[in-house]
Design a binder for this molecule. Sequence first.
Ligand SMILES: Nc1ncnc2c1ncn2[C@@H]1O[C@H](COP(=O)(O)OP(=O)(O)OP(=O)(O)O)[C@@H](O)[C@H]1O
Length: 395
Amino acid sequence: MRTDSDADGSGGGTTADTGGGTNDGGRADDGEPVLHAADVHKSYGDVTALSGADLAVGRGEVFGLIGPNGAGKTTLVRALTGTTSVDGTVRVLGTQPAAVDPERIGLLPQSFDPPGRLTARELVSYYAGLYTDARDVDAVLADVGLESDADAWYETLSGGQRRRACVATALVNDPDVLFLDEPTTGIDPAGRRDIHRVIRAAAAAGTTVFLTSHAMSEVEQLADRVGLMREGTIVAVGSPTSLIAEYGGHPTLSVTLEIPETDGPTDAATAREAGVAAIRSNTHFEIRERGAHADSVADPTAGQTADGTHGPHGTAIEVDDVPLEGINDVLDALTAAGIDVESVSWSEPSLEDVYLELTGEAYRPTGTEESIDTADSTAGSGPSSSRAATDGGSR
Ligand SMILES: Nc1ncnc2c1ncn2[C@@H]1O[C@H](COP(=O)(O)OP(=O)(O)OP(=O)(O)O)[C@@H](O)[C@H]1O
């Protein structure tokens, strides 16, 4: 991070900010945000890629851009990196994107296919040679966890190792602004942690990181603020916490009740009905009556279907807005009514729920849910956690 770009760190904000963000963005040397887009439009023939995008990102901020395929994320990155022309205002480090000194920008595109017969060290050295003031190549390779594979040809590296090498090429000039498009695609959890650590360190040193990703858990963990893009505009901006509070919904407890193997579907419905009644009479929690759940009470096929509302051995009840400390109240109510519980899972809303709420679309899950025994159900929770007891029986 070059010191000549140091900013005053004062607040910036964006026109689309939900107001809940904890970091409204510092400013570049001349008082502007480091990245600034206002009313940006871009069309490809009849296709509208950007339809009035607004954005302000500050120095040292990690900004995560999420949105469905085709929402306009890559086009916005291209606008910010000066690789496509757009209508509207786009400023980077206080100037036009095309006029920014390339030494101050790091870019990892989604698709990057370097020559296979370069070693990782040669690849990063090549990029280092493009800059007048590059970092030590071996230090960068160590940062991304590639020190022991530095002399392997790129084509012999695994997918994750290749991606790490590519990330290294974007870091070697110690950029002031780092654009990362899906940086951890194909990288295993340990490698992902390495990359996350590198991103956090860069931001702590003052680099502005603009992260585009479909991995909601990654964005939730890394980003100071998140912008959700839909149909060419950013429809919500805020810290992950504020977006989840505003759009994520409530924590949900899902209780699967046991039904004896010989029983038929009507008994599954009866078991569920009894469970619902026990919870309603003995706790203040609401049952989440999704359409399929409501139907399952009266549905003679309940307990047999694969509609996702209950498994083959039990029937599920979803209880809305149950805090962690309320789980035992629900289980006690069922136990007191003599109802056996097969399993329990509890989940807090996450950025995934925000995404679903604001786009109405499912995305590829990133598998971050953790499972623990409910015997420890009073243990602390992370920003997005799920707790499950898979052993049968009531408590
Ligand atoms: N070079 C191009 N020529 C024509 N249309 C394009 C071009 N680039 C993008 N588009 C269109 O612009 C829209 C936005 O595309 P963009 O790549 O910015 O979306 P995205 O949010 O990055 O999508 P993804 O998540 O799939 O990468 C899409 O409808 C896309 O088909």
